[in-house]
Every structure is written in structure tokens, then in C-alpha cells.
Design a protein around this ligand. Structure first.
Ligand SMILES: C[S@@+](CC[C@H](N)C(=O)[O-])C[C@H]1O[C@@H](n2cnc3c(N)ncnc32)[C@H](O)[C@@H]1O
Length: 414
């Protein structure tokens, strides 16, 4: 059914929201103040045409915008975009009753994303490689991307060829690629068993084209050069599939905030430590105990520490922090500073233990404002004072947002 709607605001997913008698209707790619002609489908509507365009509407940076599901808000003028993005964190904190002036948004430039999770599939016309369309299994074959590093964009034709060599079925599969100092680190997932001649051809292709590593379903097929990344001044070789902050400048902004806050701490716990993004930088100033659930990531962290120079002691512990968070007693016995950086689900159980502890300085890093707000509310109820919250636009033009919150627990009166 078609309708004419007026957009009231931009929602949390970047859709224009129109308030109707039947409730809110979400219109992707429409902007506040616009009168739009839409095709209604329940609470969602497809934008048919813009009748009165917002003065804040701009030309999107990418020709694939609106078809590719990677970006939601490329059509909004920069200041308004930044205000919407920061607002996601403001709203999440307000909903949990947390009153603090959220810091200005730290921007990340276009063409800065060093890792991309692409989807590939063999089609009649050849290999399709790109991102899924929004809420769909349809793959948008991409030729450009203003979010990814230019080196990744330039490698798309090569990656399309490699996808063709590893694809052993006609099903869609995941092709993740990371730009590292020693070349591209490529990992296929779900592409079928790679054996015999096809495997040999893929190996020869990687060698001929300077690809650092090819992994299929977690098995390293070939690794002519160990992928290497600098974490501060320490070189780390990430294992296939380990978590990596998507944008280097975002990682540096987060690390600077965390390290500045924990500068006075002598012994720091880094919880959900990954390959040591924070631990290896913090070890310049404090002893660090890094706790993480992924054994391979921890082994990479440990190896990097052993080969690093000028670092204080770093110890590692493999532990499921959802099931067995560090207890407040363990925290009190060992640490005067702490950083935690959980996955999107947040760290509810761990936050409950931190809240009961007397660890003075705490930094919370998160890629999900909703679970961050929940975890911060737990810490505040436990006596922590929230000093600052900084939003970081690591996921440009998408509705995702990174944030760093810094907290302190006042000393107990005797
Ligand atoms: C957002 S990443 C942060 C990693 C690291 N701090 C960084 O900045 O690169 C979250 C990390 O939590 C780890 N993780 C996920 N679930 C976990 C769990 N239940 N227990 C411990 N670690 C977990 C993941 O392996 C991942 O390394």
C-alpha cells in the first residue's frame, strides 16, 4: 500500500521514523523533515520518492549505497550525521538514568577500515563478491567502498579470483580479509573442502600474488608470510579469525583514553584482552594480567610480549568471563586498575564483580551503547563515579558505535 509520510526523526538503525496513528513507521534512507512517498509493509516502508527533500540531504559517497547493506546513513550532511551518531550513546545512557555530558564524537576518516567480512558466491556470470543487502541474503557485488582501506578496495578483483579458486560449492560463503603489514590475511568460511588440484591452484595463486595467509574453515592452507600488525610499538601476529579493532585510528584513540586513565595504576587487569590491543600498550606503564576466552589470541599476545622491548610483566589467563568472571576478591587482591572490552553482549556478570571490588580506576570499552549503559549502571550502583564517556565513530555510516567510559571508585572512609 502506498502512503505519503512526514519523517519526524532518525531512528537507532539510521531509518527515518514517521509517527502515524498506528505507531512508528521506519523508512530507510529518509531524513527528518522530509515528506516521502512510500510503499508500506507493516512497520517498515520502502522509500519510493522524496517529495520535499531535507536541506541536510547530500549525495552519498558510494554508488552502491541503498543497495549494499553495509552503510545506513551516507545521505546526511556531516554535522547532522555526527550529532545523530553521538545521540545513540546519549539516548542509551539516558534510558538507564545515567546523567553525564557525553564527549564529542571522535571521527574516523573514510577509507580507513582494515578488515572486511565479505560474502562470496559462484553465479552464472562468475564470482560475486561483496556485502549482503540490508536484511537479505542477496549479495551486492561491490566495485568500490569508501569505508575500506584503498588497499582492500584495490584488492577486490584479486579476492574475487581467489574466492573462485576456494569455492567448492555454489553456496554463499564468508570471505574475511585483513590488511596487515606483511600482506592480506584472507579467511574463507563455508566454501567447501579444498583438496587436491583446486587446493594446489589456490596455494600457487596466493604465492604469485603476495597474499600473506589463506585460511579455510580455520585451517591454514598457506602462510608465505606471517601476518603482522603493530600494537603500539609491539609487533603481533594475529591468529586466523581473532578479533581485531576495525580501524587503526579508532584503536589508537581508545588506547590513549584507556592508558591516560590508568596511568597511575601499578597492576592492571585487561579483561576480554584479545590479541593485546590494550595490554601490550598498557605494559609500557604497568604490569598487566590479560584474560581472554580465545586461546589462540592469548598465545599471540604472549608471544608478542616475549619478543617486545621495554615492557613491564604481562601474564595471560584463558578464562570464560561470562561463566567465571574475575571475582571481586581476585580483583581486590591483584589490581588497582582495570580495562574491560567485551563483545556486543556486554559483561553483565563481570561488571557485577567489578562493582563489588575496590579497584580504583576502571575503563569500559564497548561496541554496543545499550549493553555499555547496562554495565555502567551496575558499576555506578556499586559506588563508581563515571568521569567521562567518549563515542568513537569506528563504524562509519553504520548504526554501530564504539565508546570508552572512564570510572573511578572513591577510597573507602575508615
Ligand atoms: C570486543 S573484543 C576486544 C578484544 C581486545 N580488547 C581488542 O581491543 O582487540 C572482545 C573479546 O572478548 C573475547 N570473548 C568473547 N566472549 C568471551 C568470554 N565469554 N570470555 C572471555 N573472553 C571472551 C573475544 O574472543 C574477543 O577477543
Amino acid at each position: 500500500m502506498s502512503a505519503i509520510l512526514t519523517i519526524a526523526r532518525l531512528g537507532g538503525q539510521g531509518d527515518g521514523v514517521a509517527d502515524t496513528e498506528k505507531g512508528p513507521v521506519f523508512v530507510p534512507f529518509a531524513l527528518p523533515g522530509e515528506r516521502v512517498n512510500v510503499a508500506l509493509a507493516g512497520r517498515k516502508a520502502d522509500l519510493v520518492s522524496v517529495l520535499d527533500a531535507s536541506p541536510q540531504r547530500i549525495e552519498p559517497a558510494c554508488r552502491h549505497f541503498t543497495r549494499c547493506g553495509g552503510c545506513a546513513v551516507q545521505h546526511l550532511e556531516a554535522d547532522a550525521y555526527r550529532s545523530w551518531k553521538r545521540g545513540l550513546l546519549v539516548e542509551a545512557l539516558r534510558a538507564k538514568g545515567i546523567g553525564i555530558e557525553v564527549g564529542p564524537l571522535v571521527s574516523c576518516p573514510p577509507h580507513s577500515r582494515r578488515r572486511a567480512a565479505l560474502t562470496a558466491r559462484r553465479a552464472d556470470k562468475g564470482m560475486v563478491l561483496g556485502f549482503n543487502a540490508a536484511l537479505s541474503h542477496r549479495i551486492v557485488d561491490i566495485e568500490e567502498c569508501p569505508v575500506m582501506l584503498p588497499q582492500l578496495v584495490a584488492a577486490l578483483p584479486l579476492l574475487r579470483q581467489l574466492a573462485g579458486l576456494v569455492a567448492r560449492t555454489n553456496d554463499a560463503f564468508r570471505l574475511s580479509v585483513t590488511h596487515t603489514a606483511s600482506g592480506l590475511d584472507v579467511a574463507a568460511q563455508g566454501s567447501g573442502r579444498l583438496e587436491g588440484q583446486p587446493r594446489q591452484r589456490a596455494i600457487e595463486f596466493c604465492i604469485a600474488n603476495g597474499i600473506a595467509r589463506l585460511t579455510v574453515d580455520g585451517e591454514i592452507v598457506i602462510e608465505p608470510k606471517k601476518p603482522a600488525l603493530m600494537v603500539g610499538e609491539v609487533s603481533v601476529s594475529p591468529p586466523p579469525g581473532a578479533f581485531l579493532q576495525a580501524v587503526e585510528t579508532a584503536e589508537e584513540a581508545m588506547s590513549d583514553l584507556v592508558a591516560g586513565h590508568l596511568a597511575r595504576a601499578k597492576r592492571v587487569a585487561d579483561l576480554f584482552a584479545g590479541i593485546g590491543t590494550f595490554a601490550l600498550r598498557l605494559a609500557r606503564q604497568s604490569e598487566v594480567h590479560a584474560v581472554e576466552g580465545d586461546a589462540a589470541a592469548l598465545a599471540a599476545l604472549d608471544r608478542a610480549f616475549r619478543f617486545g622491548h621495554g615492557l613491564k610483566k604481562v601474564t595471560v589467563e584463558k578464562r570464560d568471563l561470562f561463566v567465571r568472571p574475575l571475582t571481586f576478591k581476585e580483583l581486590d587482591a591483584g589490581f588497582d586498575g582495570l580495562v574491560f572490552d567485551p563483545p556486543r553482549a556486554g559483561a553483565e556478570a563481570q561488571a557485577a564483580q567489578i562493582a563489588r571490588s575496590q579497584v580504583r580506576l576502571v575503563a569500559a570499552v564497548s561496541c554496543n551503547p545499550l549493553t555499555l549503559a547496562r554495565d555502567l549502571a551496575i558499576l555506578i550502583a556499586g559506588g563508581y563515579v563515571l568521569k567521562s564517556v567518549t563515542p568513537i565513530d569506528q563504524f562509519l555510516w553504520s548504526p554501530h558505535l564504539e565508546a570508552v567510559a572512564l570510572l573511578e571508585k572513591p577510597k573507602k572512609r575508615r
